[in-house]
Write a protein that binds this ligand. Structure first.
Ligand code: ADP
Length: 397
């Protein structure tokens, strides 16, 4: 059976088609600038050349139509007919407190996704647009929702509650949720396999360091804490997000810079983080390069970034009472070996010792711990789409 995995954003649709017999990727691609002049489809069939199609499209339904046409195209398609797609898996960012695992999408599920608009205004509306576009075009196959928040639902109130009047939790669901759950789930499972230990017996700290970044502490297969909170803004320093700050700064800067709530939200999500601090870029590669050529602010921003990650490693070591391994994943975690080295420096008190030579690899699954490191340091490329495809297959049986 073939499974189509869809990740719909406000103006983009990412997709992959898996052949589930061997979990191989048959095609993947991206429709960019949906609803904006200059829409393009980049379609990459496995084993064939990439094709780029330019065609202005008004909405997600038209965008999905173009994807399906590409998938059955005689020249660059990967199947004869759309009927070969047995099920569709959708990435949904926020499932609130309703979902601790993936679900088959029905009217009730769509209502919950809508109910979360308030707390995920940038993500859930386009996610639902993607679902409805696919349901309109493929009404006879099961559609499954896989939530970024689901894996973190095992957190205890001591981890997920903020010290705010309790009624804002009850009335407005203000609590910590955590995101990137699908990635933390995938790499922690793979880490247990690499350790040769049952997942239920492992204590793991996962570091998903991409443009957005989060960490999770996982004990016995359950997330006990994670760095992102009510929204993906909390926690680590990210490409353009501030991560943890004194909340009083928000009111202070709203007044000083004359921002309303929406502008302030945009400021702390889009103008802060490594971009704001370094003044160079949101891309860690540019910042590393600038720091290497003597840009002091770039160097300073890296030190703030490392300091925050180290702080959370310490917190999670305390919460877990020790751990079996650290796992680095996502764009920076998989490729930035200098970043991994800086983070793991001077952690030998915890029994964390890196083999810096072994560590000099990019984008590969590898154990980079020194022979005498008590705690393993693993690099594991994440694969959120595969988790979505597997859950989709399982739920549509
Ligand atoms: P997201 O999915 O959050 O957009 P990714 O996980 O794809 O992000 O990560 C993208 C980031 O990975 C880029 O912004 C870049 O900073 C980082 N990256 C990629 N290669 C390297 C590298 N060799 N060294 C450091 N950072 C890298």
């Amino acid at each position: 059976m073939k499974v189509l995995v869809v990740n719909a954003g406000s103006s983009s649709i990412k997709y992959q088609v898996f052949g589930m017999t061997d979990e191989s990727v048959l095609a993947k691609g991206l429709v960019d600038r949906v609803g904006i002049p200059g829409t393009t489809l980049e379609h990459k069939p496995t084993g064939k050349d990439e094709v780029v199609i330019k065609k202005d499209l008004p909405d997600h339904t038209e965008g999905m139509k173009l994807v399906l046409e590409a998938l059955v195209n005689a020249e660059y398609g990967i199947m004869k007919s759309m009927d070969e797609i047995g099920a569709v898996g959708h990435r949904v960012v926020h499932g609130g407190e309703a979902f601790a695992s993936s679900v088959l999408i029905d009217t009730e599920v769509k209502k919950v996704i809508k109910d979360c608009y308030d707390i995920a205004p940038l993500h859930n509306p386009p996610n639902l647009m993607g679902i409805e576009a696919c349901q309109a075009l493929m009404p006879n196959v099961p559609h499954v929702a896989v939530f970024d928040t689901a894996f973190h639902q095992t957190m205890e109130p001591s981890s997920y509650l903020y010290a705010l009047p309790y009624d804002v939790y009850e009335k407005y669901h203000v609590r910590r949720y955590g995101f990137h759950g699908t990635s933390h789930y995938f790499v922690s499972h793979r880490a247990a396999e690499m350790l040769g230990k049952p997942y239920e017996e492992c204590k793991i700290i996962t570091l998903h360091l991409g443009n957005g970044a989060s960490m999770a502490a996982i004990e016995g297969g359950k997330v006990i804490d994670t760095t992102m909170g009510f929204t993906p803004l909390e926690g680590l320093v990210m490409g353009t997000r501030s991560g943890d700050i004194d909340p009083a700064i928000v009111f202070f800067l709203m007044e000083k810079l004359g921002m309303n709530a929406q502008e302030a939200n945009n400021y702390f999500n889009k103008k802060a983080g490594m971009l704001g601090l370094s003044g160079v870029s949101n891309d860690l590669r540019d910042i590393l390069e600038a720091a290497n050529t003597g840009n002091e602010r770039a160097q300073l921003s890296l030190e703030v970034y490392y300091n925050r990650v180290k702080g959370y490693i310490g917190k999670y070591m305390a919460e877990l009472n020790g751990c079996d391994c650290l796992v680095f994943t996502a764009g920076v975690g998989e490729n930035g070996y200098d970043v991994r080295e800086s983070i793991c420096k001077n952690l030998d008190f915890f029994g964390i010792k890196m083999d810096v030579e072994k560590n000099k690899v990019r984008g590969k699954e590898v154990d980079v711990s020194a022979a005498d490191s008590k705690i393993k340091i693993l690099v594991i490329p994440t694969n959120e789409e595969l988790v979505i495809a597997r859950d989709t297959l399982e739920l549509s049986k």
